[in-house]
Design a protein around this ligand. Structure first.
Ligand SMILES: Cc1ncc(C[n+]2csc(CCOP(=O)(O)OP(=O)(O)O)c2C)c(N)n1
Ligand SMILES: [Mg+2]
Length: 554
């Protein structure tokens, strides 16, 4: 091959950026560092928007939220100090099936001779890769131009196919390495269903559903991740099947839909929803990850003999399994086969009676009343982001009228998710307005992402539930380790030079502050809502009772 034609072949960096764009990536979050500066320079010159964050773990949460809203997210971080900082948020993305691409630079291959002690190295040069191999679905170091281009294809295809995070490390002296031979990207092929297994699974599933008197659907988070919400609705509407969601999949369909029953959380959920789901004589679980939080700390009573449990990896009907049946094919296959059911009357949604919220003058605000008031202000433009703590449990009763407008770390439950995820959601869905609900403890972990929000000129409304500590934990084991310093959260706008802060102690102050925050569309608004340290939402009341039994079993 002549030198001239070789120079027209792409470099590793060019190909990587081109493939990320081909997979629909529009935004990327991170913090630069010397091992990754070359890639930063290339990204900056590309159409991908690079959003600088205050910390790498926060960048991971932002990329996760972006992936949930847009289908793919990415971080770009430096070696060691950056890569290892976002391990927790990428682990969360793995646990909750969110496809985030981790891009990291590393020392050049030529710099590694004689194993020198280069800054940011921990143990071996491969240590960071080995850590990420445990928490991603595919990982590669792009050190060899003979394999790097295929590796980029393989790793990105895995993120898209399995909806899990992936890892790509580029030694800094390999960024400009060119293809040795021309390489064209593959057309992504997700293996088709085995037609015999598919037909048998559909026939068996239909037989069970048709024989049942009260079948219904439990819609899981995979329906969102794999973009199957339309298919779910088409099936439910054709057959008249009621739908409940889980906390992790909350807002998988509009909660104003007439077939929507509520969020099912076993013994932790609203009683009428639990009763409705548990009295179904055939439950079609679609894309559910049956974790302890979603199952109300395993208080859920779901008899496998009555369940059809279809996920992206496996279909279980009663006590046996079907392999190689795709979830999309299975859902589509249940349609057009004469399935029509009569369902019991669906319990009314909580929003209907909460719309009449009126402030009780000078009454101290409680968690239950706070959520009732927040319910009143939601509209089709609102995305709710909840952190972990009473904000997560209390927000399960918020009525989300649009799809994908509720984001939380509801299974991995990492505190610190909400403010960085607010950055990701605000960037990924610029027509929406984020309502972030966060505990004071979680806010003290990552709340300074307000700085990024200020820099970007975004206008979320942030509710800090200030109960002076780790209230969720107080009910498990009380002690001074649950107390935290009381910040004047409402004065953070003074520090950042932008934003509107409100101190809220009573119902009328809350009402006033929320009206003012809604009207403040030019910057973020932050409400410091003082709550009693032992106050809790009705959902937390039910959960702590269950958890305490496990922490200190008698
Ligand atoms: C990163 C992380 N550290 C610790 C925990 C354990 N944990 C769960 S809830 C909680 C307290 C949360 O406090 P806060 O954010 O103030 O919310 P509150 O419970 O007071 O509503 C803690 C420490 C966690 N889930 N995540
Ligand atoms: Mg707290």
């Amino acid at each position: 091959m002549s030198v001239e034609s070789t120079t027209q072949l792409m470099t590793i960096g060019e190909y990587l950026i081109e493939r990320l764009q081909a997979h629909g990536l529009k935004h990327l979050f991170g913090v630069p560092g010397d091992y990754v500066l070359g890639l930063y320079q290339m990204l900056q010159a590309s159409p991908i928007q690079v959003v600088g964050m205050t910390r790498e773990d926060a960048a991971g949460f932002a990329a996760d939220a972006c992936a949930r809203v847009q289908g793919l997210g990415a971080v770009c971080v430096t070696y060691g100090v950056g890569g290892l900082s976002c391990v927790n948020s990428i682990a969360g993305a793995y646990a909750e099936k969110s496809p985030v691409v981790v891009l990291t630079g590393s020392p050049g291959i030529s710099e590694r001779e004689h194993n020198p002690l280069l800054h940011h190295k921990v143990k071996e040069f491969e240590t960071q890769l080995e850590v990420y191999q445990k928490i991603t679905i595919a990982a590669a170091v792009l050190s060899d131009p003979l394999t790097a281009f295929l590796e980029i294809d393989r790793v990105l295809a895995a993120a898209v196919r399995f909806k899990r995070p992936v890892y790509l490390e580029i030694p800094r002296d390999r960024l400009d390495a060119r293809m040795v031979i021309p390489h064209t990207p593959p057309t992504e092929i997700i293996p088709p269903s085995d037609p015999n297994a598919l037909e048998e699974a559909i026939a068996e599933g239909l037989e069970m559903l048709k024989a049942a008197h009260r079948p219904m659907i439990l819609a899981g988070v995979e329906l969102h991740r794999f973009g199957l919400q339309d298919s779910l609705l088409a099936l439910a509407e054709e057959a008249g099947l009621p739908i409940a969601s889980t906390l992790l999949s909350k807002s998988v369909i509009s909660e104003a839909h007439p077939l929507f029953v509520g969020v099912y959380e076993g013994g932790m959920g609203r009683e009428e929803v639990t009763r409705y789901v548990e009295s179904a004589d055939c439950l079609l679980l679609l894309g559910c990850m049956l974790n302890d939080i979603d199952l109300g700390i395993f208080t859920a009573k779901l008899d496998p003999a009555r369940c059809i449990h279809a996920t992206s990896t496996d279909i279980q009907i009663r006590y046996h399994h079907y392999q190689n049946v795709r979830l999309d094919d299975f859902i589509a296959g249940l349609r057009g086969r004469g399935l029509k059911v009569e369902h019991a009357p669906i319990p009314p949604q909580p929003l209907n009676h909460l719309l009449t919220w009126v402030a009780v003058k000078q009454a101290p605000i409680s968690s239950a009343r706070l959520f009732s008031r927040l319910n009143k202000m939601l509209d089709d433009q609102t995305i709710v982001v909840a952190d972990v703590g009473d904000c997560l449990f209390g927000s399960s009763d918020l009525a989300m009228t649009k799809r994908t407008d509720y984001l939380s770390s509801a299974y991995y439950t990492s505190m610190g998710f909400a403010l960085p995820a607010t950055v990701g959601a605000s960037v990924a869905s610029s027509g929406s307005r984020v309502l972030a609900i966060v505990g004071d403890g979680a806010f003290q972990m990552t709340g300074m992402e307000l700085s990024t929000i200020a820099k970007l000129g975004k206008n979320p409304i942030v509710i800090v539930m200030n109960n002076k500590g780790y209230t969720t934990e107080r009910f498990l084991l009380d002690g001074p380790f649950n107390d935290i310093h009381n910040w004047a959260y409402h004065r953070i706008p003074d520090l950042l030079g932008t934003g509107a802060g409100f101190e809220v102690r009573t119902e009328d102050e809350l009402d006033h502050a929320l009206h003012a925050a809604k009207a403040n569309t030019g910057s973020f608004s932050l409400l410091n809502v003082h709550l009693d340290p032992y106050d809790k939402s009705p959902a937390l009341e039910r959960l702590t009772k269950k958890l305490a039994e496990r922490v200190r079993p008698r």
